[in-house]
Design a protein around this ligand. Sequence first.
Ligand SMILES: [Zn+2]
Length: 713
Amino acid sequence: MNRREFLASSAAAGAAAVPIRRLRRAAAPPWYATMRRCGQLNFNERDPLTLDVGGWAEYWASLRVNALLVNGGGIMAFYPTDVPYHHRSAFLGTRDLFGEMAAAARARSIRVVARMDCNYSWEEAVQAHPEWFERDRDGQPRRHNESTWLFKTCMFSPYFTEQMPAIYREIGKRYAVDSFFTNGWPSTGALGVCYCESCQKIYREKVGGVPPEQTDATSPLYRRYYAAFMDRLLEVWRLWDAVARESRPDAVYVGNLGGGIRVVKDLARIGQVAGWFNADHQGRAGDTPLWDCAQQGRVARSVMRGRTITNVTGAYSNSRPVWRHVAKPAAETTLWMAQTVASGMVPWFHWLGGSPEDERWRDTGRQFFAWLAAQEPHFRNTRSVADLAVLFPQSTIAFSRQGTDYLQGLYAALLQGRFVFDFVHESDLSEKTLGRYRALLVPNAAYLADEPCRQIRAYVQAGGSLLATFETSRRNQWGDARSEPALADLWGLTVAGELVGPAANSYMRIEERHPVLAGFEGTSLLPGPENRVPVRLREAGRPVLTVVPSYPAFPPEMVYPRTAHTDEPAVVLRQRGSSRVAYFPGDVERTFWRSGNPDLGRLLQNTVRWVRGDQTPPVSIAGEGLLEAFAWETEPGYALHLLNYTTPNLTWGLVDRFHPIGAQRVRFEVAAGRTIRRVEALRSGRVLPFEHDGTAVRFEVPAVVDYEVVALT
Ligand SMILES: [Zn+2]
């Protein structure tokens, strides 16, 4: 639900019986729903000796943050706690660092979020409350791998239901904080397996045995543990949310999520309890694509339906290896924050330690946040104008061990083709959700439950279009094989054998010309996918592309096809009324991602264009360079966000400087009855000339340095 819908629905729900004055109060969205900027200084144990509260408060005020994260406690109390076994900083002395910083923030009209850590405690607590701690198989408590004097607490233990609530209550009573946030919990990654008493009881009573330590959805024990784990996670989340509200009715508990597209836990269930989703997705390392933060925004939006999402940007160098106390390049940090806001999230700028020797990060945050604050209304999105939906295949990513290459391949093709699109979650494919889109794109959702399959079929039967690949719908959400893919009837296919591949040097032969083959006029052969499901058509027909099976690539004397011709389809293209259905039995998008062969990218882009049909797209952008675009309806009008990814550091290294791209020619569709009077590029500060073109406006963005936001009002 977006803010406007939230206002409308709250008003409608309350209208019948509630007096006007109360209605106004009830209709106001919670404070965190309109929050636009967050800051965080992460205290260390020594900070009470030297920390300049006033100086830090001034810094955060200069960023015009609405909320500040301040370390309360958990592992370490930064205030004079009276809760037993709540360990105080050894350097706290007579200071109340939390209270001082909270007061300094409040004095500057900044909300205070108590940043907690529920994941570790100390030796003295292990002695007094052995039941609070995770245990290895041999019964030993688990030490932190670096700070070995800390011990891991167990979320199934009373530490989570008694000790943490006691700490929240103390902080809530003394400081009336606006929110509680827990670092490191629950996360979206794999489930841990612990052998403490509480867990043994769960295994006996709810799981029927000790679950496997690694993700293994083939195991019935794992499946029951997954359910019990998610139940406990939500129970704790709800409890902490209720405790947060005891001292302030408008307070909220926010857990730590993130993980981008790589998730194991059930985000849809978490989305049902979360008033605020925080993505602890602070940066990238290794060969992670630059767009990782924008993807995080898309994933979170697919389960939050307009509720608040924040994303943490680490100003420090959180690469591999990590450096906590030096800044990463300003360009990388800025592009990360730009992706955060472009994808509809709220940025949260983060530094560690109160006495930095590296000060370079300060201006990076200040410049970006000050610009955001000046343009704030244009970041209040009411809806996405995208008419393409990409299914976020959570079960496949979580349980299939096939990784994220399929989604990355489709994603790269969509960026190259400059499509504007949203993610939809596999658990939210209702008519209300899918009905907004011309086409649904499904990158190998091999593990898909019955209900989403039914909803996809209903969507197609109602005139929606579909692009799917490879093993989509071949298994249920846990990976149990179906006799036929659940959606095979939509494709008019039958599976003809076992999976083929991985095999290099296979091809697709062009049998007849078709719009999906535009640009391939000089060839009748295209690179084939590495893996494929062998299929045959249920009714006689002539495939547009046929499979040329793999043949030796070495030595050259042996490189010739052993089969002259097959009638095995490499793509199926069907049309019924306004509905167009395309299916690739091969893993074309994964092969595109791994090989980078542009023919496969072009084939995917052509096919996306074909399935979405002849209707003019809501936004089209022509020009040089690689960019990612988001288009929103906003409170004042519309906003088009252009992120410039044209950099040698797309998949390696951190971006150290920008490579500006030239003119981008834009056509932007405007809703009936809406008049555009002004088009302004907010980052370069230029008012752009524009012209009306039927129901759209046309304009040219002269250049994009790092990021541009064009406001149409
Ligand atoms: Zn345990």
